[in-house]
Design a protein around this ligand. Structure first.
Ligand SMILES: [Zn+2]
Length: 234
């Protein structure tokens, strides 16, 4: 989804910010759930948020975050805050342990529960600034949404068919589909390798060739020539 991965910490990343907004807001709720070592603090400033939506977002968190963490980064943070924030006008954004959600988006797209799956993957990624190109960061987050999503089918969220003119730099679902294809064409570890490199500041454009024997452009050309991929959605 459209989201800003790295906000300036002064914007909304600091936990003090929602706390301050919460205290002066006419409606607010805050609760905290801990399961199997992970804690979700849920702050909601939207009185109209459907309880079922809040519950589904919470359930998605406890289902997908441990799976994403286990595969990519077991040391990811244990405590996460969801902030349903009427002042936030994007879809969702993640920084510093806090995920902002736009309540209007949630109301108008009640099946888009896997916006959670995408956003919390950004927490697992925890890439230092400028350690990976933005298109790859977002492509991996949508790859995780594809693999671990709980409601993509009902949410009508799909990886788009390949079309001439696409590039891996298109980001989000277009890049994610390329990553799925790579996994099905001889490189099942590649997403893990790219993700680990980005987190440890060892990503460079040469990593594609180091890990696969082909440059990124060569891999993309092979994909464009034979883009068929097996896809299943939950
Ligand atoms: Zn994102």
């Amino acid at each position: 989804m459209k989201s800003v991965f790295l906000l300036f910490p002064a914007a909304l990343g600091l936990l003090a910010a929602p706390a301050a907004a919460q205290s002066r807001h006419p409606f607010s709720s805050r609760d905290s759930v801990t399961k199997q070592g992970y804690t979700l603090v849920f702050i909601n400033l939207d009185s109209a948020l459907a309880p079922v939506t809040k519950q589904r977002m919470t359930d998605a968190f406890f289902k997908v975050y441990p799976l994403e963490a286990k595969r990519f980064n077991p040391k990811t943070r244990r405590k996460v805050t969801f902030f349903v924030n009427p002042a936030y006008t994007g879809v969702a954004a993640t920084d510093n342990g806090l995920v902002d959600y736009n309540p209007t988006w949630l109301r108008e797209h009640p099946e888009d529960i896997d916006v959670v799956t995408h956003e919390v993957m950004h927490l697992v990624q925890a890439y230092p600034p400028d350690s990976a190109p933005g298109w790859l960061t977002e492509g991996i987050a949508d790859y995780a949404r594809y693999v671990y999503g709980v409601n993509n089918q009902a949410g009508n969220w799909k990886l788009p068919d390949y079309k001439a003119g696409q590039r891996y730099t298109n980001s989000y679902r277009i890049t994610a589909r390329f990553l799925v294809w790579l996994g099905q064409h001889g490189h099942p570890q590649l997403v893990n390798q790219l993700d680990a490199a980005a987190r440890t500041r060892t990503y460079s454009p040469g990593i594609w060739q180091q890990k696969t024997g082909k440059t990124l452009d060569e891999l993309w050309a092979a994909y464009a020539a034979q883009p068929a991929v097996q896809l299943t959605y939950r």
